[in-house]
Write a protein that binds this ligand. Sequence first.
Ligand code: FAD
Length: 281
Amino acid sequence: MSTYDITIIGSGPGGYVSAIRCAQLGFKTALIEKYDTLGGTCLNVGCIPSKALLDSSEHFHNAKHNFAEHGIEVSGLKANLEQMINRKAEVISQTCNGIKFLMDKNKVDVHYGLGSFVDKNTVKVTDKDGKETILSTKNVIIATGSKPNFFPGMEPDKKRIITSTEALKLSEIPKKLLVIGGGVIGLELGSVYARLGSEVEVIEFADSIIPTMDKALGKELTRVLKKEGFKFNMQHKVQSVTNLGDKVVLKALLLFQTFTQSEMLLKVQCWRTKLKKKVFM
Ligand SMILES: Cc1cc2nc3c(=O)[nH]c(=O)nc-3n(C[C@H](O)[C@H](O)[C@H](O)COP(=O)(O)OP(=O)(O)OC[C@H]3O[C@@H](n4cnc5c(N)ncnc54)[C@H](O)[C@@H]3O)c2cc1C
């Protein structure tokens, strides 16, 4: 049985950075990852692949809209999505291999398989073939990350109703794309496809996009994205999303909200909500 000072479950940015630091501090360190490549969501289906596609789509957008102003003429311009996706895969491969190199360089033992606790000082790794390895460890860092979140009635079928993971490997540019949620991930991937020619419409529950950030940022980003052709539906609560085969129907409630203040300026907030149904296709 291998014995470690520290065992880390999950090789995303949380896990691999911890592993490097622990090893640098002289601890015997193990890193467990259930997928075949290191780097977690960020490197495999998150930050890195989305930026690779943003980069490619920006080049296309510039060639289509901005080159002529600089005296650069392009004819027969066409977006080759397959090549963009292949390039993105190459970027992922390079960065994931970079993490493996860092693990080797820092003498971190990588164990591929699903990590689970036997007890607080014993971790079991079960690989794809069901083979089990037991690690004895003084400490454990859990860095298992997160998964996309859905509400009942909007479960993805991974064909027409998709998450960001599928949006990173589409085989064709969609004619129309409805994005549920005006947060950074939806807007980022919406941008990729808007630049490539998709009609993109955002359905957002709050009264502005990127609602957890400064209002001014949301306002400015709305302006920029509208120029790219985005349509926005704020204060809409999605109720259901249905794949009808050749199209998807999304039903949402439009929330009219009015803010009233008491005469004594006591900052009493009174929200009146009227609901109106709206259907998007
Ligand atoms: C499309 C997209 C774009 C994004 N862009 C950005 C960005 O630009 N900037 C930014 O800061 N963030 C961005 N993020 C968010 C970022 O990816 C996450 O915040 C980050 O990956 C979280 O890191 P983590 O290490 O906590 O978890 P993760 O990266 O999710 O890694 C967790 C790892 O643990 C593994 N694991 C889970 N359970 C087990 C188990 N039992 N045994 C073994 N292994 C296990 C998983 O397979 C995974 O590899 C983006 C996310 C998405 C989806």
